[in-house]
Structures are given as structure tokens and as C-alpha cells.
Design a protein around this ligand. Sequence first.
Ligand code: FAD
Length: 619
Amino acid sequence: MGGALLPPTFGAGFAAAFAADEPSCYYPPTLTGMRGSHDGAYEVAHALRDGAVFRSPQDRDGEYDLVVVGGGISGLSSAYFFRKRFGRDARILILDNHDDFGGHAKRNEFWHGGRMHLRNGGTLNVEAPSQYSAVALELLREIGIDRTRYYESIAAVKDRYKDLGMGYGVFFDRRLYGGDKVVAGFGQRSFEEFFAEAPMSAKARADAIRLHTAEHDYLPGLSPTEKRERLVRMSYYDYVVNLVGCEPEVAALYDPETHSLFAVGVDAIPAMYGCEMGFPGFGGMALPETPPDLLVNEPGGQHGRENAGRAGSGDPDMYFPDGNATITRLLVSALVPGSIAASTMEDVVMARADYGRLDDEANGVRIRLNSTAIRVEEKGSDRISVTYVKDGRPARVRGRAAVLACWHPVIPWICPDLPDEQKQALNDGEKSPVVYTSVLLSKWRPLVDARVSYVGAPGGYHTSVSLSTPLALGEYATADNPDQPIVLGMGRYPCKPGLSRREQHRAGRAELLTTTFETFENEIRAQLDAMFGPHGLDAESDILAITVNRWPHGYTYSYNPLFDPVEWAYTTTDERPNVIARQRHGRITIANADAAASPHTDAAISEAWRAVSELATVI
Ligand SMILES: Cc1cc2nc3c(=O)[nH]c(=O)nc-3n(C[C@H](O)[C@H](O)[C@H](O)COP(=O)(O)OP(=O)(O)OC[C@H]3O[C@@H](n4cnc5c(N)ncnc54)[C@H](O)[C@@H]3O)c2cc1C
């Protein structure tokens, strides 16, 4: 195949542009335009799926102790754990198809007026750190993340928006409601007062107030346990519209919330999940508490499936200026000498990565970017080989073992020798399409005027809009002056309500892969003008840069009793496909957050630890 497949060499043919004020050397974090799954990252894998035959590979390098496929949190953690377990002089190669390391956990780095402005390009936060596994917590500590110091650092700034009178708002969009209007103070003032300002029909307004305030039993005659069983199998949309009797646009008020957690709307999320997450309508239902130990063997947040007491307990979520890219950058710094001069969460924020050092033969650990693995196989009883394509040319490396820390649906294509049952299980979870867009604004005064720092936009092209979290870490600080630039985050979750969750993800992915940057740009300008134009924003002059982080294969699929057996969603049964999928195959083990069926950073780390531990039995 060869030539027909050539992905563009780095820098040639990119829709993206380097942000102003930066030298045009290899430094992907400053690229703007269409990022995430960028052009050049996915073509080889798609060609493999479509039956392409590749040229014979050229052998490269000496032999490695470990070859890791996937340079996200899980792949980098695998390298970290392997070195810890098998010795610091282990030779490790990490392959990733993107032009930057980190997988979903990448940073968007804007420069304006000589100042750096950061935002996460994907993985946002360390959610519920107190629930992280011991293994994940220890790794974070070892690479330089200190929770006590973190909370001390941000203490003085964390309430900045609240102190300015800003809070949660809803953007009522003319596509879904009666007009374009941001209404501030959702959940912070009485619902009567809030909905009085909403451009809704009189019936929808009354329904919304009733949903939020009435204490009514909508399933009379059923025992608490029977009610719970019904609500586990009924969508929140059905509950609100068909049982409570509200207009559909009332149920849609909660779409932004389920979009950001599950990448689908309330039609594809069980009513019981809504109840656990504090959605309205359950005040008079007298439901039993979710047993706190249902998912006790699975650390980390379990959206919608843990009781509210557990979800709200422990330390608050941790946000770094570039999201969990802080974790991947600290991991790279620890693994690859000379790559990033930083060893703490404070100094890594401003540190510049030297991409020229990532694949240096002088180092024990090498990271090879723009490299898509197309074949991973055992060679005899004590070796593996990995074939990958870089710059259109197939190459092969050999090693003693491999960890596949890439997305599970990719594995059957690159590892066709796996048993059929395992390949089927690897294909079971449909990864969700998500878009995190970063918009550098010249000022945030219009949001102060609108009294919002976060807005849910049920009918919007992007369904959530949020200011960067106020942070002060090391030498970095989020703008404290509303007339200075800041990065706004916008979330879009392409889906098709009415279909099953897996079908919605497939349809959304197809849409995402054919949506141009120009479409995004036009929609962003129109939406921000509609939302904040009345408050003094002019998208034409106030938008300084846009980075669309497109993730067609985003969040890991988490089980959902509307479409999966209840036991898969609520227990740790070994019958779950993710358990069957992650079984060791000789000297090849399987990591990634997908192995836990959990879209979380701690899962990515814990699965890396398991995958490396499994190798101890064979090498
Ligand atoms: C937009 C977004 C926001 C998120 N926000 C949060 C959050 O706030 N908190 C949280 O805990 N989790 C969040 N997550 C979940 C996130 O997926 C995990 O936290 C974690 O980053 C996953 O790491 P990973 O290494 O398992 O997978 P990934 O980060 O997906 O890394 C796998 C890597 O393998 C690469 N790969 C795939 N196939 C091949 C191949 N054949 N050859 C070479 N490389 C290959 C992929 O391209 C990718 O770079 C978010 C996810 C997304 C998409």
C-alpha cells in the first residue's frame, strides 16, 4: 500500500496554525485549529481497518525490554511502573499515533501579549482524588503532585468568580426555547425567580418549577426497591416527560450535565443515575439509598452509580491549568531525561517540553510520536514484535514484552491472533465522540456582566461553556482582571437522541469526522454572540484564537442498565466485557482506561499497574 497511505509529515498540510508569539519549531501544544484527533493521526489506523496491505517493515533499533502502544496516561504509567518493577535501566519504547504525547490528556497553550494562557485539550481534572486507588495516588505523589500544597496554593483564588457574583447559568436557545437568553443563578436562587426570566412557554415554566419543588410520589403503590428497579430501567427523559408530565424542553435542561459525563442526553441515561446525581423530581419518591459498597472494588468516581454521600466525600476535584496534561508532562519528565525540566506540579506548568529529546537513543525510555502500531505479535516463546507506520513507512521493533495501552477497539486489528471471544469483548464498548473547544478571549468582562462562570446550553451547538478555573500555581495564574485575556472552554457531544447509547456514539463519531473547522468556527462565533453579545462581547474582535479538540474516540464506555445487563453497571462481575477484553495474551498485556470500563484517569493508571504486574509472571 505504502504511498497511498502517507500521512502528512509533521507541519505539512496541517489545518492548524501555530498561535502568535511562538517560534515555529516542533511544539504541538501551541497549534490551534483542529486538534485532538488531528489530520495525520488516524489515517493509518483507518486504512488498516479498511483492509489495507502494508509494505514489508524495516527492522529498527536494538531490542527493547518493553514496547508500549499508546502514549496516554496509561501508556506512560505502564512505562513508569515497568521501570520501577524491572529496573531503571530497562529499555522501553512508547509509540503513539498523535504528534503530541498524553493521549486525551494534552495541553492547549496560547500566547498573547507575551503571556501564556493554558487550557486542557482533553482530560480535565483529577476527579474525587480521595477515591483514587492507592497505586494511582502513589504515582501522583511520586511524580510531584502534592494535594496539600495544591489546595493551599489555590485557596486565595478559588472563589474568585463567586466573589464577583458569578455562578451557574442556563442559555435558553431559540432553537429549543422561545428566544436567546442567558439566565443566571440556576440553583442559587428560588426556582420561581429563576424560571420567571426564562423564555419558555407558561406550561413549560410551570412544569420546571414543579419538577424542582414538588414532593410527589410518581410511582405510588410500589415498594422502594420496586421503584428503584423501575428507575434503573427507565430513562430520565421518560421519567420527566412521561411520569412527571413535563414538556420535553424541561427534561432537556439536564442534557448539558449528562452530555459532559456520558456524551449522550437524558434520553440515554437511567432515571436512577439522575437521582444519584441530584437531578430534580425525586423529592417525594422515598427511594432506598444506593448501597455504598456496590462498586466497592472499583476505585474512582462512578458517575450515577454511587450514592451521593460517597460522591461528595473527601478532597475536592483538582484542576491544573492544562488539565491532566500536568500528569502526562510530569510522567514524561520522570521517564525521559532532558525532555522537560520540572519535577513538581508547580514548575511543570510553565516548563517547555523539548520534543527533540523524546526519541533519543541515549535514553532508556524513548517516545516515538506520529507512529501508528499496525501489528503486535509474539515471536516464539520469549519475544514480541511490533510493526508501526511512521511517515508512511512501516518499521518493526522487537522486545521482550508489550503493553497495549491504546483504545480497545483498535486492538483486534493490530493483534489479530487474539481469541475471537476476546476480540468481541474488545469491540463491545463504544467510545464516545466528544469535543472540547478552547477559545482565547480578549476579556471576560461580558461574563461578569451576565453573572455566569459556567453555562449549560441545552439547545446550543456547544452545550456547555465555562471560564477557566481560577488558579495560582507556581508562576502561573489565571487572569484576575476581567479586562484581560482568558481561555473559555466549550463542550460539544454529537449524539442522536432516540437511538441506543452505542448507536448514538457511532452516529456522533461519523458526524464529527466530517465536520470542518470552518463549521465549528462559525458556530462558536454565532453562539458566543447570541449568549454574550447583549453583555458586551463581540465575537469578531474578542476571539483571539480557537482550538477545537476533536475526540471521535473519547470517553471510555461505562455500562448502562438501559442497554446492558444491570450487573455490568452495578457490580464488578468478571462477566463484564472489559474483564474478558483485558486478558493477557502471552507476553502481551492490555491497559488503558477502557480495561476498567471507566472514563477516568485513576482507571488509566490502575490498569497500567495491573498490565505491568501481569508481565511479572512471564518475563
Ligand atoms: C475530552 C475528554 C475529557 C476527559 N476528561 C476527564 C476528566 O476530567 N477526568 C478524568 O478522570 N478523565 C477524563 N477523561 C477520560 C480520559 O480518557 C482518561 O482520564 C485518561 O486520559 C485516559 O488515558 P489512557 O491512556 O487510558 O487513554 P488515551 O488517553 O486515549 O491514550 C491512548 C493513546 O493510544 C493511542 N493509540 C490508539 N491506537 C494506537 C495505535 N494503533 N498505535 C499507536 N497509538 C495508538 C491513542 O491515539 C491515544 O493517544 C476525559 C476524556 C476525554 C476524551
